[in-house]
Design a protein around this ligand. Structure first.
Ligand SMILES: [Mn+2]
Length: 327
């Protein structure tokens, strides 16, 4: 079935005159890397695809080859000629539906992902939940269709795999991630560039916020989960973009001795962005219960502005509610 779908997607791409790609609403190395690799492939065949992103590209990803093909303009969806939409690394059917409502006709939807919570909203769905990254799904698409990735395509796919495995250290790391990475390096992918841009580029002010978060690490007694938080005023004081503090949960997961970890970030509008990592529990089920999504071991959700303060006791109460879903 998987091979059949890879061929089916290839046929759709080859037959499309006006395709559009969509990255997950939360821009990350995997959604960008996988979509840009595919965009490069089509560029080689004479088709320049707009790649829709919901926000400006965060600084660490601006080195990616083909990044100039990304656009935040929702107007692209109003083009009556769009005949194919390919969505990358996005489990949230609502987000995609909102964009498709803008299209005058009904283009064919291809959904390429690896999230367990993906609702399979496409006309064609290649959702491989045992894959470490959507970039690895796209890598397999190239292998199955006998396409040799260019250096640029390989660098984009390595970005996705490095991002989702936290440079080959988290639980998504295995034979498939390492096997694909090795083949992509053979194809000329520049893994050192990826690591330097994505991981070795934290600003001092971002790290100071991380320091603040480290000093607030607390344990939720009943479950043993560990949590920390970053408030809207922390971010305001520092003039940081919120995406510059992302990565903290991945870093903490590597070094904290706990089965489950919560990193809570308050947005300027008072919502809480909750990022969860667990080695033992299915945090995707927690995310789902709160309207979010993700993987068994790494998931997240947005909690609406409520009466709780974003402080230690407020966060303790939220962790209590979240852990009750598991127990
Ligand atoms: Mn991913």
């Amino acid at each position: 079935m998987e091979t059949f779908v890879h061929h089916q997607i290839h046929d759709l791409l080859m037959g499309a005159h006006h395709p559009v790609f969509i990255c997950d609403e939360r821009i990350d190395g995997d959604s960008l890397g996988s979509s840009l690799a595919m965009a490069h492939f089509l560029k080689g065949r004479g088709v320049t695809v707009p790649v829709f992103v919901s926000a400006p590209i965060p600084e660490p990803y601006r080195f990616l080859p083909g990044i100039e093909q990304t656009t935040t303009s929702r107007e692209i969806f109003q083009d009556p000629n769009i005949d194919l939409v390919v969505v990358f690394d996005c489990s949230d059917a609502e987000f995609v539906r909102g964009l498709l409502e803008l299209t005058p006709h009904h283009p064919t939807i291809v959904n390429i992902d690896h999230h367990a919570t993906n609702a399979r909203y496409g006309d064609v769905n290649q959702v491989l939940v045992d894959s470490p990254a959507t970039a690895e799904v796209v890598h397999r698409f190239f292998v199955e269709n006998h396409i040799m990735p260019s250096r640029e395509m390989a660098t984009c796919l390595l970005t996705g795999i490095c991002f989702d495995t936290t440079v080959f250290s988290n639980s998504a790391t295995g034979e498939r991630a390492l096997g694909a990475a090795s083949e992509l390096m053979t194809a000329g992918g520049r893994i050192q560039d990826v690591i330097r841009h994505i991981y070795q580029s934290r600003s001092v002010s971002a790290l100071r916020i991380w320091g603040e978060a480290l000093s607030r690490l607390s344990t939720h007694g009943p479950s043993g989960a560990v949590f920390t938080f970053i408030t809207a005023s922390d971010l305001e004081k520092s003039d940081l973009e919120p995406d510059e503090v992302d990565g903290l949960s991945n870093f903490l997961q590597l070094v904290v001795d706990a089965h489950t970890l919560f990193v809570i970030r308050e947005t300027p509008t008072g919502e809480w962005k909750v990022s969860m990592r667990s080695s033992e529990h299915d945090v995707a089920s927690v995310a789902k219960a709160f309207g979010g999504g993700g993987h068994k071991k790494a998931a997240g959700f947005v909690h609406p502005k409520g009466s709780l303060m974003c402080d230690e006791s407020g966060c303790q109460a939220l962790v209590q509610k979240a852990m009750a879903v598991i127990e």
